[in-house]
Design a protein around this ligand. Sequence first.
Ligand SMILES: Nc1ncnc2c1ncn2[C@@H]1O[C@H](COP(=O)(O)OP(=O)(O)O)[C@@H](O)[C@H]1O
Ligand SMILES: CC(=O)OP(=O)(O)O
Ligand SMILES: [Mg+2]
Length: 345
Amino acid sequence: MKGILDFIKENVSATFAREVVAVGHRIVHGLDLSQPVLLTPSSLATIKQAAVLAPLHNPPGLQGIEAATEVFTDVPQVAVFDTAFHQTMPPHAYMYGLPYDLYEKHKIRRYGFHGTSHKYLVEQAAVMLGKPASEINVITCHLGNGSSVAAVRGGQCVDTSMGLTPLEGLLMGTRCGDMDPAVVLHIQNQCGLSVKETDTLLNKKSGLLGLTGSNDLRAVIEGAGKGEARSQLGLDMFTYRVRKYIGAYTAALDGQVDAVVFSAGIGENSPFIRKLIAEPLHTMGMQLDAAANDKAVGRAGVISAPGSRVKLLVIPTDEELCIAEQTLQVVKGGAAAATGGAAAA
Ligand SMILES: Nc1ncnc2c1ncn2[C@@H]1O[C@H](COP(=O)(O)OP(=O)(O)O)[C@@H](O)[C@H]1O
Ligand SMILES: CC(=O)OP(=O)(O)O
Ligand SMILES: [Mg+2]
């Protein structure tokens, strides 16, 4: 909290602070709350309650709210949730195969995250494809420290790889992603781990970190290049899972995919990883253009060959811009908002 406070105080000039009309916060989990809301004691209580389901994200999010409230005393604070874009998932995608009671009484279901990013990627993909978002089917791959894939039909999310929490799905920097739930029971029984210890193991000590010793994919790539077997395994697992989800979501979209989008730290910056993911998919109509792929680093680009049935796109995400826009919409009571003017914390 002190760190965030100091950062704001050091980096926000008094002149800028006077011009701020609202502060938007990225909040990963809000349980039932998914549309952007003004922060009130009641919405704050829900975000606190949801912290157990997003242990890596909601606590720092709450610290950001506390710090921003202290600095920007008189402006509205708005929460924009990662889950919003995924609300259109049908029940067959968001339900778990558990007793129905758990859904009714405890809201145990898949929520999905990185929604602000996936929504932005769909909107930008529509521009690049020259069609309205409502007419495109895309698979968006947000590949960063946390990674997720979304299947989008006619501009709306129909499935995504993260679930009740941001632990499900792809192999991530420090998170395990998909696995047999019995593994949890087994390690608790065999290794005597408590619930809290298991939570730490799965969220903070697993994924690339647990397998290779580093959560930074750049270090993993370097290690694999030097012939380190564990790094090669981490690299193979990371790229294999992304490919598996692209295959699964192609099926979820009945084989009708206009584009696959790569984004976030890894997706935007690593032609090498995109190549490992996309090259084997050429038989699914996804043909990578090696030269275009190498050029699209940190900027948008079409990286598929001209004849490719499915376009492959690189799009730098911009969650902060989307949060600022949605924050303005909330404070202006839903009026269409221009960009700028709100600070996204
Ligand atoms: N050139 C690159 N090659 C491979 N991985 C990269 C490259 N640049 C950044 N990354 C990866 O991107 C990750 C950070 O992605 P980012 O989207 O910023 O993460 P966060 O989820 O923290 O917002 C880093 O952990 C790093 O592994
Ligand atoms: C939800 C999530 O995984 O977010 P991040 O990528 O910022 O860790
Ligand atoms: Mg990020």
